[in-house]
Ligand binder design. Structure first.
Ligand SMILES: O=C(O)c1cccc(C(=O)CC[C@H]2O[C@@H](n3cnc4c(=O)[nH]cnc43)[C@H](O)[C@@H]2O)c1
Length: 206
């Protein structure tokens, strides 16, 4: 199976890099997989995938950390993001929000297309701005049924749908989406658990 692993930052896959003794380049080819570091956000992700998603992969695997709206999901735990929405793509109509779908310009929600049942499945959004204000968090939760948010996931799903390539997104929860309190973020724990899962996935599945 030829797999492309896509992460926003090298920091999110440090232990994986160490395990496979990978170089520090943004695009690394290994006999078992290719690894692409895109940079944070949708634009950087789309640009990097535009360059590197030319050969055919059997799986595009997006990994990274994420925020959770649901405080029943433990910090450090892993989720399988099965649907991902461009939450800010649309227009404000005073206090209402008109989606890109309702404007008639496209589609806001994209889906994973690789069957994986070993982790809890969640619906996510992809944003330019990490939510850290109770009013905007409440507005969002009234509008969408979601458990997590990241800054790249929907862009990866979008590219895979365009090219008809199977995709899977696995995220480790580093923080809750709440009024910003950086002290409570568990980035180290999330990255450790994510990397252990990723090493195991590559060793057993690829
Ligand atoms: O220090 C910060 O404020 C900060 C904000 C967002 C991300 C980071 C990172 O260190 C990693 C970048 C990566 O993290 C994903 N992420 C993690 N938590 C969230 C969230 O609550 N909302 C959206 N994205 C999140 C994101 O995919 C970034 O690529 C530091």
């Amino acid at each position: 199976m030829k797999v492309l692993i896509v992460a926003a930052t090298a920091k999110e896959v440090t232990l994986f890099d160490e395990h496979f003794n990978l170089s520090a380049n943004d695009f690394v080819q290994h006999q078992k997989f290719d690894l692409l570091i895109t940079g944070v956000g949708m634009t950087a992700t789309a640009f990097a995938l535009g360059i590197h998603l030319k050969s055919n992969y059997d799986l595009v695997l997006n990994v990274g950390i994420a925020g959770s709206f649901n405080q029943n999901i433990p910090l450090g735990s892993l989720v399988n993001v099965v649907s991902d929405t461009f939450a800010e793509l649309g227009a404000e109509d005073n206090h209402a929000f008109i989606t890109i779908d309702d404007l008639g310009f496209g589609k806001s929600m994209y889906h994973a297309s690789f069957d994986y049942n070993e982790l809890p499945k969640v619906s996510s959004i992809t944003v330019n701005k990490v939510h850290g204000n109770q009013l905007s968090i409440s507005e969002l939760q009234n509008r969408l049924t979601i458990q997590t948010e990241s800054m790249e996931g929907a862009a990866v799903f979008y590219a895979c749908e365009q090219l008809n390539m199977p995709c899977l997104q696995v995220r480790a929860i580093s923080n809750y989406v709440e009024p910003r309190n950086r002290e409570t973020w568990q980035i180290g724990l999330a990255i450790k658990n994510l990397n252990n899962w990723l090493i195991d996935f590559v060793e057993t599945m690829v």
